[in-house]
Design a protein around this ligand. Structure first.
Ligand code: ZN
Length: 166
């Protein structure tokens, strides 16, 4: 705030705003509903923003950012998959399975860290959308054709995840 009173150059104000955003996002001390699209755009790549904040869907096995899209669909590294937006742990690698779909798939989320809601965006094809419970990031969809023990298949966009290896 000091800088604002002294007519600092725009660059400096912009810089301090970014530091502030980084701090609040990293410490978790933030009401995510109040984070604007402009602020998310500063933290995320264009593709991450499109997927998580605008409910985009990766094309299976491909996409305009190949590295980002392909990143996790075939990954077997042990670790925890966190929300790319707010860092909440969402899935353990031990619940990941090969669904043959091209999207990373899990049979169980961590605790209540993901939520689902009815998605009617495709006509005649109601689906359950999966979102980060903390920040409402769109993650993917959940289906009832998964393996035991849950029978669920959480079909997740890899651009919405960040793997922290064990
Ligand atoms: Zn999140």
């Amino acid at each position: 705030m000091f800088f604002l009173y002294f007519n600092a150059p725009n660059d400096l104000i912009c810089f301090t705003n970014q530091i502030y955003l980084l701090l609040v996002l990293e410490t978790g001390d933030v009401n995510y509903a109040s984070v604007s699209d402009e602020e998310w755009k500063k933290k995320l790549t264009a593709e991450e923003f499109y997927i998580t904040r605008q409910k985009g869907t990766e094309r299976a096995f491909t996409g305009y950012d190949l590295f980002n899209v392909l990143e996790y669909w075939n990954t077997k590294t042990p670790g925890t998959y966190h929300c790319i937006c707010c860092n909440t742990p969402l899935f353990e690698s031990s619940t990941k399975f090969d669904s043959g779909t091209g999207w990373p798939s899990y049979y169980q989320p961590i605790g209540n860290n993901v939520k689902s809601k009815l998605d009617l965006s495709i006509i005649f094809m109601p689906r359950q959308e999966v979102l980060c419970a903390a920040c409402d990031a769109h993650l993917g969809h959940v289906f009832d054709d998964g393996p035991p023990p849950t029978g669920k298949r959480y079909c997740i966009n890899s651009a919405s995840l960040k793997l922290k290896p064990k």
